[in-house]
Design a protein around this ligand. Structure first.
Ligand SMILES: N[C@@H](CCC(=O)N[C@@H](CS)C(=O)NCC(=O)O)C(=O)O
Length: 242
């Protein structure tokens, strides 16, 4: 399986027909993954234009001035950027099913947890792409500490998902890194022994998320993620053949 990514010299595809939404994306980008999950959770039809981020088409900056993905073309000249803002926008435009918790305190806590999840993504990024590698045990220790509030939130909520009986915003915004959780071990050819006993709720959450329709519809398998990251690190990345 491969995914075509448009590069310099490729024309920008004509707008989608019938007022469909369009997501400018990259198949292995975790932030684009967030946007795809929100779109899938809402059951909104959309088309995807994947971008080769190492050889960007010139027109990308007319869509997203920083030349980044994801960017959502919502039609009528409205472009939404930033993964969380895209998910938030979709939640406002398509109310069912709601992604944010109805309770204001819970919503505020979940917003903070999404923000705090930046600690996990930073460690993940360093463990996979960092130029100066530290011992893997150090990354593991930091990830374990950064994940504890998420285990605690699931315990306090008493449900399978952060969103309750079905996934919500927090679930979808952190899932891309759960799908990629084994990549640091594969890339570094060294198993990071995650202390499973410390995270029973989070592990049950992961298993339940894998069965969710939106997650399944947007899933990329671990080996493919690892091939992407490995080729990126080696400087041999060809987006269309991963
Ligand atoms: N804060 C942004 C991050 C988006 C981002 O970093 N995207 C990366 C790909 S995963 C990108 O477009 N990189 C290209 C570049 O920085 O030139 C979001 O949440 O959407």
């Amino acid at each position: 399986m491969s995914t075509k990514h448009l590069k310099k010299g490729d024309a920008q595809p004509a707008p989608p027909e019938g007022g469909k939404l369009r997501l400018y994306s990259m198949a292995f980008c975790p932030y684009s993954h967030r946007a795809r999950l929100a779109l899938a959770a809402k059951g909104v039809p959309f088309d995807i234009v994947n971008i080769n981020l190492l050889d960007k088409p010139d027109w990308l900056t007319s869509v997203q001035p920083q030349g980044k993905v994801p960017a959502l073309d919502a039609g009528g000249g409205q472009i939404v950027i930033e993964s969380l803002d895209i998910a938030d926008f979709l939640d406002g435009k398509f109310p069912e099913p709601p992604l944010w918790p109805a309770d204001a305190d819970t919503k505020a806590r979940h917003k903070k947890l999404i923000d705090d999840f930046g600690k996990v993504t930073k460690i993940f990024y360093e463990a996979v792409y960092g130029k100066e590698k530290r011992p893997l045990g150090e990354y593991l220790e930091e990830i374990v500490a950064a994940l504890q509030p998420f285990e605690d939130e699931l315990v306090a909520g008493g449900n399978t998902f952060f969103g309750g009986t079905r996934p919500g915003m927090l679930d979808y915004m952190i899932w891309p890194w759960a799908e990629r959780a084994k990549v640091p071990s594969i890339i570094n050819k060294h198993e990071m022994n995650f202390p499973k006993d410390k995270f029973p709720k989070l592990l049950a959450w992961r298993d339940a998320m894998k069965e969710e329709a939106a997650v399944k519809a947007q899933a990329v398998d671990t080996e493919r993620h690892a091939r992407f990251s490995s080729a990126y690190v080696d400087g041999t990345l060809d987006y269309d053949s991963v």
